[in-house]
Design a protein around this ligand. Structure first.
Ligand code: IMP
Ligand code: MG
Length: 172
């Protein structure tokens, strides 16, 4: 069994999400925002973020899987579950759990941009900047973290630990 070492406490994560919500309230003042939750990892973060946004919010969900081996994403993304709503004319914010190489997000942004949103930005809870291979424009970042495998707050290790209310490092 692996052990989990706390990297970010529940309090730290919740405080940060509140700050991200406040920033979005300022940046999109007078508008509505359309949040796209990238399943499953971003689900907990999306819900908590949405609760901190005081503008009209609509939500949609998308599930993608990356071709290639499980540890390194190839960047070619297959849509497993597409959005229910069109993006035309909307202020769209893609909500992500963690950005690693940036390949998945870069491909996803390319697909979604073709659907003509009025604007398209990214809000991620975690980022591992050291690992970046593809440059992606991320407007909102919760925490930059070191190159460690993390779980919790929706993020899994072999489908486990999504329910942890904090972010932890997996120690094998
Ligand atoms: P990218 O295309 O390399 O940026 O892949 C990002 C995806 O890899 C995330 O959405 C996660 O599903 C997964 N991932 C990257 N780092 C971690 C980690 O530390 N723990 C769990 N999943 C991770
Ligand atoms: Mg993800």
């Amino acid at each position: 069994m692996e052990t989990i070492k706390i990297l970010l406490t529940e309090e730290e994560v919740n405080k940060k999400i509140k700050e991200l919500g406040e920033q979005i309230n300022k940046d999109y003042a007078g508008k509505s925002v359309h949040l796209i939750c990238v399943l499953k990892g971003a689900s907990f973060f999306t819900c908590e973020l949405a609760k901190r946004i005081e503008l009209p919010v609509s939500l949609d969900f998308m599930s993608v899987s990356s071709y290639g081996d499980a540890t390194e994403s190839s960047g070619v993304v297959k849509i497993v579950k597409d959005l229910d709503e069109p993006l035309e004319g909307k202020e769209v914010i893609i909500v992500e759990d963690i950005i690693d190489t940036g390949r998945t997000l870069s491909y996803l942004m390319e697909i979604l941009r073709k659907r003509n949103p009025n604007s398209l930005t990214v809000c991620t809870l975690l980022d591992k900047p050291e690992r970046r291979l593809v440059d992606v424009d991320v407007r909102y970042t919760g925490f930059n973290i070191p190159d460690e495998f993390v779980v919790g707050y929706g993020i899994d290790y072999a489908q486990k630990y999504r329910n942890l209310p904090y972010i932890g490092i997996v120690e094998l």
